[in-house]
Design a binder for this molecule. Sequence first.
Ligand code: CTP
Length: 408
Amino acid sequence: MLTGKRIVLVISGGIACYKSLDLIRRLRERGARVRAVMTAGSQKFITPLAVGALTADKVYTELFDREAEQDVGHIRLARDTDLIIVAPATANLMAKMAHGIADDLATAVLLATDRPVLVAPAMNPKMWANPATLRNVETLKRDGRHFVGPNRGEMAESGEAGLGRMSEPLEIVAAAGALLRSGSQAEAAKPLAGRRIVITSGPTHEPIDPVRYIANRSSGKQGHAIAAAAAAAGAEVTLVAGPVNLPDPQGVTVVHVETAREMLAAVKTALPADVAVMAAAVADWRVASEGGQKIKKDGSGKPPSLEFVENPDILATVGHDEALRPKLLVGFAAETQNVLENAQGKLTRKRADWIVANDVSATTGIMGGDANTVRIVSASGIEDWPSMDKQEVAVRLVQRIADHLKRL
Ligand code: CTP
């Protein structure tokens, strides 16, 4: 059950260290690769020589060891692993973990890691029952650290008994297995893990002069919801956002732009990607001669005339550029009439794989609103989705994207 799993075992200094040697054997028997990090305290109880003989690997002891840092370094030790087990975890080590102290290699690895951590405490029952220790355990649990034990029983020190014995090696192995299994289930809930996705959202603002601009009613709600849903599905997301009144979605790299030309440049920089979703309502035209000065009334009563030039079409540019084009290119079609016909036209003209078409007539309330009624138009047909929340549209679209990528 641990075949091929990489485990970092942090051994801190308590008498229960002798059980860590057996723990290494048990983990390796089940196919895990174990790298050990030892505190100075643990080396008073067992030697790096014994630990290294059992891990069949280098034993890591020093934070400022040039050779070890060049070899893997404490950051890679902290990250290039599936799980970190701290066994035994002394009261002192847990106190440091709870407070973010990193004054040796073991604590630096524990502070630097973004991997699951399983803590197997071992200490005298009085130390375990001390309010300071209990507070630290609470903090560590809140921080998402997992615990196995301690057990009740005889202490190694003669005449002491109570809660504080380290869990047996096989109990720790079982807890590690369960943790890794639940981790892989969580991974399954992230169907876009390892995928890069670029999303455009919101309107663009096209300046007329330094104080005026042309805009549209797009709120960015749909595009931002797609970015959030893609990030929640594990994708690495770059959101190129026009001016909107929305917070940046969590876990997403957001590039803020104003104009269509800036949006195109940002999209080109963000590509290549596995998927691009162009949800922005890009202004089709900009003013030909954006003035450096504010346009003034000239007293004649005649309004100024504005000349327009066409903006670059971001979706079409990406669709027609083999080097930029992602595996899956999704466009939107905001229509007020002939929704399907127009969407199909955009699909071929812009070389998109799918067009998410919606009717944005004023009466639908879609532009700027919270709900959306869409149809997915692709070469293989048309799919009608019921009216739903923009968040739900986003989640469903992301799921459809993930399913499609799996089949490619
Ligand atoms: N789009 C784009 N760049 C533009 C215009 C549109 O990338 N300059 C993208 C939109 O993000 C959307 C799709 O093209 O994914 C269709 O946008 P839409 O405004 O509906 O279409 P238009 O190209 O403006 O076509 P029309 O004027 O016929 O409605």
